[in-house]
Structures are given as structure tokens and as C-alpha cells.
Design a protein around this ligand. Structure first.
Ligand code: ATP
Ligand code: MG
Length: 220
């Protein structure tokens, strides 16, 4: 892993049934677990390197183990962590984060969100150093430069502030106390379903990408 505090990975999803039927071709070539070759518009080979490349045979657990396990371990030691999933529509962001569904999917397809939540509570449960802890959950959407509270839709323009004790934080975001992982996943699932419905409603949206930010707050 790099010495930086930021890890950047790329994940390729398998061609969909529709893409295979249309005889679409894959436009990159695997080099190794950190680099791939991409043909640019002049048909020249360009090599791209990342901390890790997850090819289309990568499992959800591979992504979790490489990317999220260190963040979960840091979080229980009071170090903030963030996972950002970025990409064009249909690239596989939701699949990587949630799998087919937050609550109902098999072990193999379980996404990062569920794995992180389970991992966090497992670390807290088995820690010899931490005897009391509080886990709080907030969920916001950033869209058209506005921060909206998904746990309280009346808060539709939250402000981002910075303080000496907390660093950068979202002022006034609703926080709910979470006692165990199923508690957290049920809450996240309700919001996730709501959010997909919202997406259907704005299917003709002008932008190609959608963004969502998961903010776990942990006070130990
Ligand atoms: N690694 C993967 N393995 C199998 N199927 C995948 C994988 N990644 C994505 N898919 C499938 O590809 C399709 C598009 O993925 P997904 O909905 O996650 O895209 P997205 O980036 O969230 O798009 P949007 O910005 O429109 O929300 C889905 O049907 C999903 O199940
Ligand atoms: Mg999505």
C-alpha cells in the first residue's frame, strides 16, 4: 500500500447482458494488480496505475479487505475515514457500496456499507481497550451543491463548517444512535430505498454521475 493517507483504486464491472448481446468490447488490458493499459482516441496504449485495480472477477470481499478494513481499524482508534465512490452512471458505484440490496443479498454480493458496519461493531465488541462507546449515524445527500439531511428532509440546506475540536463537519445534521449492526443497516436500507425512488424521479437528470456521501460518526 502507498505511504499516502489516500488510497485510490479502480474497479471494472463485468459487461452486462445487454452489452454482451450488443457485442461491446472491453477497452482495457490487464497488466497487473496495480496497472492496466487503455487505448486512447488515437489508438495508442496509455498505462494507468493505482493503489489497486479490481478487475471484473474481483469479489466484494476483496474490495472490503483492501480498502475498508484499514479504515475501520483506524475509526475505532478515533481516526476519521472516508470512502468515496465515483464514476459515470452505470459504472457500479451502488453495487460496490450496497450490493444488490442493503438488507437482502447473499454473503458473496454484500456491499461495502454492510461490511463496514459489521466490521465496526465487531471491532468494538472484541476490543480490549474500548469499554464504552457510542456510534451515531448521519446520512446526507449533496446535490447541486446543497447538502440535504436524508434523516430529516426538512433540513435541505445544511452548512459545512470547521471547528478546532471536530475539524470539518456538517452543522445540524441529524445523528441517530446505533446500538448494533442490524439497527444501522435497517436505517440505511430505508433511506437507500427512498433514495433509489428519488433517482427514478430524476431519471432525466442533466448530469451523468450521481453522488452520495456516507458519514459515519464515531465517538469512543
Ligand atoms: N462488480 C459487479 N459485478 C456484477 N454486476 C455489477 C458489478 N458492478 C455493477 N454491476 C451491475 O451493473 C449495473 C450498474 O451498476 P450500479 O447501479 O451500481 O451503477 P451506478 O454507478 O450506481 O449508477 P448510477 O450513477 O446510475 O446510480 C447494475 O445492474 C449492477 O448490478
Ligand atoms: Mg447508483
Amino acid at each position: 500500500m502507498s505511504n499516502s493517507n489516500v488510497t485510490v483504486c479502480v474497479r471494472f464491472r463485468p459487461l452486462s447482458h445487454k452489452e454482451r448481446k450488443a457485442n461491446d468490447k472491453v477497452c482495457f488490458k490487464k497488466l497487473d494488480s496495480e496497472s492496466f493499459v487503455f487505448k486512447d482516441e488515437r489508438d495508442e496504449d496509455v498505462i494507468f496505475s493505482f493503489d489497486k485495480v479490481f478487475y471484473d472477477d474481483a469479489e466484494q470481499s476483496d474490495v472490503y479487505n483492501f480498502l475498508a478494513v484499514p479504515i475501520v481499524a483506524d475509526a475505532v482508534n478515533g481516526i476519521n475515514g472516508t470512502i468515496i465512490s465515483y464514476g459515470q452512471t452505470g459504472a457500479g458505484k451502488t453495487y460496490s457500496m450496497e450490493g444488490p440490496s442493503i438488507l437482502h443479498c447473499n454473503e458473496l454480493k454484500t456491499g461495502l456499507v454492510q461490511r463496514v458496519v459489521n466490521g465496526l461493531f465487531e471491532c468494538l465488541r472484541t476490543s480490549e481497550d474500548i469499554t464504552t462507546w457510542t456510534v451515531k449515524l448521519s446520512m446526507v445527500e449533496i446535490y447541486l451543491e446543497k447538502v440535504r439531511d436524508l434523516l430529516d428532509l426538512s433540513k435541505d440546506n445544511l452548512q459545512i463548517k470547521e471547528s478546532k475540536s471536530q475539524g470539518i463537519f456538517i452543522y445540524g445534521a441529524t445523528e441517530i444512535s446505533i446500538m448494533n449492526s442490524s439497527d444501522a443497516l435497517e436505517r440505511l436500507s430505508i433511506i437507500s430505498v427512498y433514495w433509489s425512488k428519488l433517482q427514478e424521479g430524476i431519471a432525466n437528470r442533466a448530469v451523468g454521475e450521481t453522488r452520495i456521501l456516507y458519514l459515519p460518526f464515531l465517538n469512543s
